[in-house]
Design a protein around this ligand. Structure first.
Ligand code: NAD
Length: 504
């Protein structure tokens, strides 16, 4: 394996970023004055100091968002005015790419080069939302007879709680917030307690861009303390959550009790299906990229491949050979592709998954261990073979750099195995035969299917999952509509026929 700078001791940041929450237009500390420190999982040094909020802080944030929404300070602005502000935020992010990328890399453990692309991608998401702010519209019906004109308008749904995970903190928030703002909503945001930094920097950018008081509020703290009060609060109209299927289920149940709208982006166990006529080099590269990108801490991770029996051993060996070349190490090193694992909890989850795979009879063909270092938490790129669809490693999400390899003989079998998990987020098919590709694309139960590619995304294309991978879609043309309610207005034209004069 190729390791780079694993024993780095040089300072990684001049001083820890001291972020403050945003409540009712003010940058603030928590009411109880408590703080939490974030250590870089790659270097074990403190890189962020944040308010550790209490329930009262969360409630204050909800009050501010509710008041701002009810006063109509934001929702009464025109689409073009909202778009102007979203563009200013996009420019604010663009001006702070380096600073945000460094914090994102230091808090998640992902390579700085990838964090830079993630933050730059957010600029585009905010610009796309700005474009949609101006095109949001309803429908009209002129085919209801001579006496009726029907109009369907879209109104902002209200106050949206946004709860986000630690793997792509600023990207995932940028899939939600600008679209909700484009619709005219107000928001309360709770980032993962592990990765508050870039969300709080965004708070500063929103203030500088001139967002009215209370429209966006950010509280930092633990899920049960500051997340829980949001999901069952009567003043919250919608919860938009990205995270684990376990917490997603809980949020959906709570929202069900208070009848709130929920949007859930959850886990995945995404297959890439490899046929013998694939473009070999491209497929090997996409498999390695798909599983090791973001150290596999990615809902869209290509964590299992289904390889046709005719090429199974040769393809497996090619993936192992390529895996040996993947540089693992200090996320700040420009050549590193796989950084640190974000938390000790996640590292334990990965180790347990590998222990269970061995116990169930699978073979660890490559890697499979923690990397011993004096600082930070790293895991070897890992490849597991002799995997049967019934084994937990074949259908449970690992969220680490761990690839399971399964085999198949016919396209029907490949589709069956692909669908043998509770998840349905994404999949890829590799073949030069368009008929094979389209049959697989139609048969696999997943929200995104790539044909001869993997992990590419565009703001224009909807993203979300089938089954336990979630409810609803983000991005795409309807991204703003998701944060609206429809209202039907019926206009009567001319004299109305009185009820007692009709037969019905
Ligand atoms: P998580 O579910 O543990 O936490 C997500 C967020 O929920 C955090 O902010 C957490 O503090 C909060 N939370 C926890 N308990 C809560 C509660 N009781 N009430 C309210 N909020 C609560 O997930 P994670 O470990 O941060 O992220 C990893 C998971 O996220 C993986 O399963 C991954 O697949 C999933 N994920 C999905 C997508 C997607 O778009 N489909 C994207 C990224 C991550």
């Amino acid at each position: 394996m190729k390791f780079l700078n694993l024993e780095r001791h040089a300072p990684v940041i001049k001083q820890p970023y001291q972020g403050r929450m945003l409540i009712d237009g003010e940058l603030c500390i928590s009411q109880q004055g408590k703080i939490t420190e974030r250590k870089s999982p790659a270097h074990d040094v403190i890189v962020g100091i944040y308010p550790d909020a209490c329930r009262e802080d969360a409630l204050r944030a909800v009050d501010a968002a509710r008041k701002a929404f009810d006063q109509g300070t934001w929702s009464s602005r025109s689409g073009s005015e909202r778009a102007d502000l979203l563009i200013r935020v996009a420019e604010g992010i663009a001006n702070r790419i380096e600073e945000m990328a460094l914090i994102e890399s230091l808090e998640t453990g992902k390579p700085l080069t990838q964090a830079r692309s993630e933050v730059s991608g957010c600029v585009d998401l905010w610009k796309y939302a700005a474009a949609l702010a101006r095109t949001l519209h309803g429908e009209s019906y002129n085919n209801l007879g001579n006496s009726t004109l029907g109009i369907v308008v879209r109104q902002p749904i209200g106050v949206v709680a946004m709860i986000t995970p630690w793997n792509f903190p600023i990207w995932i928030l940028s899939q939600k917030l600008p679209f909700a703002l484009a619709a005219g909503c107000t928001a309360v945001i709770k980032p993962s307690e592990l990765t508050n930094g870039t969300t709080l920097i965004l708070g500063e950018i929103l203030l500088e861009a001139g967002l009215p008081q209370g429209v966006v509020n950010i509280v930092t703290g633990l899920g049960p303390t500051v997340g829980e009060p949001l999901i069952n609060h009567p003043d919250i109209d919608m919860v938009s959550f990205t995270g684990s299927t376990r917490v997603g289920r809980h949020i959906a149940a709570e929202a069900g009790r208070s009848l709130k709208k929920v949007s859930l982006e959850l886990g995945g166990k995404n297959p890439q299906i490899i046929f013998p006529d694939c473009n070999w080099e491209a497929a090997v590269d996409a498999v390695v990229f798909g599983v090791y990108f973001n150290a596999g801490e990615c809902c869209n991770s290509g964590s299992r491949i289904l390889v046709h029996a005719d090429i199974a051993e040769r393809f497996t060996q090619a993936v192992i050979d390529r895996s040996k070349q993947v540089p693992v190490g200090d996320p700040l090193h420009p050549d590193v592709k796989v950084g640190a694992i974000t938390s000790e909890t996640q590292l334990n989850i990965i180790e347990t998954a590998i222990k269970n795979a061995k116990a169930e009879g699978a073979t660890i063909r490559f890697g499979g261990e923690r990397i011993p270092t004096t600082a930070g938490m790293y895991f070897q790129p890992t490849i597991i073979t002799n995997v049967e669809p019934s084994m937990s490693i074949a259908h449970e999400e690992v969220f680490g750099p761990v690839l399971s390899i399964l085999n198949f003989s016919t396209i029907e079998e490949a589709i069956t195995i692909a669908n043998q998990t509770s998840y349905g987020l994404s999949a890829a098919v590799w073949s030069k035969d368009i008929d094979i590709c389209l049959r697989a694309a139609k048969g696999i139960h997943a929200g995104t299917i790539w044909i001869n590619n993997f992990l590419e995304g565009f703001p224009e294309l909807p993203f979300g999952g089938f089954k336990a991978s979630g409810i609803g879609r983000e991005l795409g043309l309807n991204a703003v509509e998701d944060y609206t309610e429809q209202k039907t207005i019926q206009l009567h034209i001319g004299e109305r026929t009185h009820w007692w004069l009709t037969q019905s």
